[in-house]
Design a protein around this ligand. Structure first.
Ligand SMILES: Nc1ncnc2c1ncn2[C@@H]1O[C@H](COP(=O)(O)OP(=O)(O)OP(=O)(O)O)[C@@H](O)[C@H]1O
Ligand SMILES: [Mg+2]
Length: 296
């Protein structure tokens, strides 16, 4: 796939006249409010996932419009934007969680490595093991701490005996930075943990089935600053082994944990780029308004 630049896109769409203007001297082009082609580089050299022209409808209402974006291997990409702009909708497209919403219809193409994830041959349960999810509100199963993590590997037939399962449970809790706090209380209910611990338990549960991508929808919004800092540290460590997509309402959090940021507005992917660039030199007026607090 060719790299898409502002220039290339506007040339293709022939809409550059009214919506793009050059900032004198710098040569940087700034897109005006009515410009709806994604500004910035949607492709990466090593894509783990590739999304092209994704549209999502809930009944007659369109929630996402022609979204094209690569998600790089071992990167943390943040999705930001005002409430209702489609961040969760797009996140859910990436592991077909939207399939569970009857009114939801999706067009376009989403690939995980070489696989078209919407192909008829795809086993959705397997897909969701490869592309795991952590939700806004920690949601441990009503089971013990141990069982929360053991459940996935067991149903996916990943282990042959109890010793292997123990090892996998401990390793997952270790990776999620929780083992020290729970090693002496593995039989207690997952719900007996604090909110921050529960969220790390949910991360351990996601990790246990050996995912390649982890989707996180506002994973810290129910947590205090200390628990949030722990999760952010963890995200940074996990990046070595996983691709992470995080939806966040906190621009500070996006700036701290992500390498790339995608800004959504009313169903359009308005701008994507290196996180530093998005927060210091946005190239679309809508992004600029959002990050400077004028909108959202
Ligand atoms: N299950 C659903 N049925 C109908 N419409 C929906 C459904 N889920 C989302 N929508 C609509 O789709 C649009 C995008 O919603 P989405 O939840 O993806 O936004 P969001 O960016 O995640 O917002 P927030 O920051 O508030 O979580 C909104 O207009 C919303 O009302
Ligand atoms: Mg949401």
């Amino acid at each position: 796939m060719n790299a898409m630049t502002i220039e290339a896109q506007t040339a293709v769409n022939g809409r550059s006249g009214q919506t793009m203007r050059e900032v004198p001297q710098s040569g940087v082009q700034i897109a005006d409010y009515d410009h709806r082609q994604t500004v910035g580089e949607i492709t990466v050299d090593n894509p783990k996932m590739s999304c092209r022209e994704v549209n999502v409808y809930y009944g007659a209402k369109q929630a996402l419009k022609q979204v094209s974006l690569d998600i790089g291997i071992n990167e943390v990409i943040a999705f930001i934007g005002p409430s209702g702009c489609g961040k969760s909708t797009f996140l859910r497209c990436l592991n077909r969680m939207n399939d569970t919403i009857p009114s939801c219809r999706i067009t376009g193409h989403i690939q995980l490595d070489e696989d078209n994830i919407y192909d008829k041959s795809i086993d959705v349960v397997q897909l969701r093991a490869r592309v795991g999810m952590v939700f806004q509100k920690p949601n441990p199963f009503p089971k013990s701490i141990y069982e929360n993590v053991a459940y996935g590997p067991r149903i996916h037939g990943m282990v042959n005996n109890k010793a292997e399962l123990d090892e996998l449970v401990f390793a997952s809790l270790e990776r999620a930075g929780l083992i020290k706090e729970v090693e002496n209380r593995m039989g207690e209910p997952g719900t007996s943990l604090s909110g921050g611990q529960q969220q790390r338990l949910c991360i351990a549960r996601a990790i246990a089935v050996n995912p390649e991508v982890i989707l996180m929808d506002e994973p810290c919004s129910a947590l205090d600053p200390i628990a949030t800092a722990k999760i952010e540290e963890l995200i940074d460590e996990l990046r070595e082994n996983y691709t992470i997509v995080i939806v966040t309402h906190s621009m500070q959090q996006a700036a701290r944990v992500s390498q790339r940021t995608a800004y959504f507005h009313l169903g359009d992917l308005i701008e994507v780029g290196e996180t530093d660039q998005i927060f210091t030199n946005p190239r679309h007026k809508l992004t600029e308004d959002y990050i400077t607090g004028r909108f959202g």
